[in-house]
Write a new protein. Structure first.
Ligand code: SF4
Length: 453
């Protein structure tokens, strides 16, 4: 495979043909132009959905390009998280230091916006010039009386995954700082970022089951709820790549157990509800969960059967941030007759990739921390009809002349839960079957929707 750099050969595997464990969990290879983002971006996507906090980026203005809208997390209340603030460091600050500028900017913003907490993100240049951001945050906290939390995230320190860890450490500084009485059967939802309002669908399911949701970390997040997150009986963790570490910190210090779930696709969504009911050993809760699943699934099956009939024979390429999401997508696509021929992630673990290998059909390409050259080659080689990914995968798909489904940053329709499954089927159908692919250079497989030229 000439399009794969020698040093990356072990990060690609083929299901059913390759017995070795995929090499992963490592820094990206210099020069490979990885699809991964930097440490700062990783921390920012996790923390920004805390809607009543101030988020200030200490660095040059370019880093602030990672604004709210690269992952449009919705809020049911305050929307301070949608404002992007930067200290806009200039040459003079780099030479003489930017601490005073940071202190003055943060103080002015806190006084103006009255947030419940402030997160101060450090970027590459701050890591180089060595501003004492911890000290500035302590002074700001003393002055304003709100938690002012440094997020030590210089981009060069590692990968996006390291940014997740930094964000978990920042959140953990809030956990346990307030005590509020909550019902015994309470959970925290970790790792749902409320894209297109998905969290609200989940809240409705849990409410119907009689489960109290304490803190949502961090979609539609609130500082006070996070401060009291240690009071919940269970952490239910989706997007485990970003939130497993926080769950571990909370288990070690406060004894809060956790479980890993996914809310994508019928099977995983139903398991998530059943697992929570099983955890509380509550027969009534389990009966409500069963009824909910029965009602939703009986509504969905006829609709999904129609999509399956139309889409059978189509092939999909999946490249997403977390491998757990990739696993759910493989199952959800199978439900509508679509075969996954490429499955990759930015942050998967060896266990995740082993699971993907077992789940996928023989010949599926499985890849860790990929880049545009590899992905383009794989898509052409496997003749995928549709690419499912995030904002950085869209141009790859469109340059090849392939339909694209955004399952991450830019979507406006919820794809989680049962109604999310229908939205997903609709989107895959509308994209893969569009007649426009008849006119693209690299047309998909010669089934309905696009002839090969
Ligand atoms: S790599 Fe460094 S300079 Fe680039 S966005 Fe990330 S923190 Fe900013």
């Amino acid at each position: 495979m000439g399009h794969i750099l020698d040093e990356r050969q072990m990060q690609v595997s083929v299901a059913g043909k390759d017995a070795r464990t995929i090499d992963c969990n490592k820094v990206s290879l210099a020069g490979s132009v990885s699809q991964r983002a930097c440490v700062f971006c990783g921390s920012r996507v996790v923390l920004y959905p805390i809607a009543d906090a101030l988020h200030l980026i200490h660095g040059p203005i370019g880093c602030a390009a990672y604004t709210w809208d690269i992952r449009g997390s919705l809020s049911s209340g305050p929307e301070l998280h949608r404002l992007s603030f930067s200290t806009d460091l200039q040459e003079r600050d780099v030479i003489f230091g930017g601490e005073t500028k940071l202190y003055n900017a943060a103080l002015e913003l806190i006084r103006k916006h009255n947030p419940k907490a402030a997160f101060i993100y450090t970027t590459c240049i701050v890591g180089v010039i060595g501003d004492d951001v911890e000290r500035a945050c302590r002074m700001l906290q003393d002055e304003t009386g709100i938690p002012v939390i440094p997020v030590q995230a210089p981009g060069f320190q590692g990968s996006k995954k390291d940014g997740y860890k930094v964000a978990c450490e920042a959140i953990f500084k809030l956990v346990g700082t307030k005590q509020k009485s909550i019902p015994a059967k309470s959970i925290n939802i970790l790792g749902d970022f409320n894209l297109a309002g998905e969290l609200w669908i989940l809240l409705d399911y849990y409410r119907k089951m009689g489960v109290h949701v304490n803190a949502t970390i961090t979609g539609d997040g609130r500082v006070d709820d996070i401060c009291n997150a240690h009071s919940a009986a269970l952490n239910v963790v989706q997007c485990s790549g970003s939130m497993n570490y926080l769950a571990k910190l909370m288990k070690d210090k406060y004894g809060v157990p956790s479980m890993r779930v996914s809310y994508f696709g019928i099977e995983d969504m139903s398991d998530a509800l059943y697992d929570v009911a099983r955890f509380f050993k509550d027969d009534e809760m389990m009966a409500k969960a069963r009824q909910l699943v029965k009602d939703e699934v009986s509504r969905l099956i006829p609709e999904l059967a129609w999509y399956k009939a139309q889409l059978t024979g189509k092939k999909a390429a999946i490249y997403v941030g977390g491998a757990f999401k990739a696993i759910s997508l493989v199952k959800a696509l199978r439900l509508i007759g679509v075969q996954s021929v490429i499955v990759g992630s930015q942050t998967g673990t060896p266990e995740d990739y082993e699971l993907i290998k077992k789940l996928c059909d023989e010949g599926t390409i499985i890849v860790d921390d990929s880049n545009p050259v590899e992905l383009s080659h794989f898509v052409k080689e496997k003749q995928a009809d549709i690419f499912i990914g995030g904002v950085k995968e869209r141009p790859i798909a469109h340059k090849i002349g392939l339909g694209f489904c955004d399952h991450n940053h830019e979507r406006k329709e919820p794809l989680a839960g049962y109604e999310g499954m229908i939205n997903f089927a609709k989107e895959i159908y509308a994209t893969a079957m569009s007649p426009v692919w008849k006119f693209t250079k690299t047309s998909p497989s010669p089934s309905k929707g696009g002839d090969v030229r």
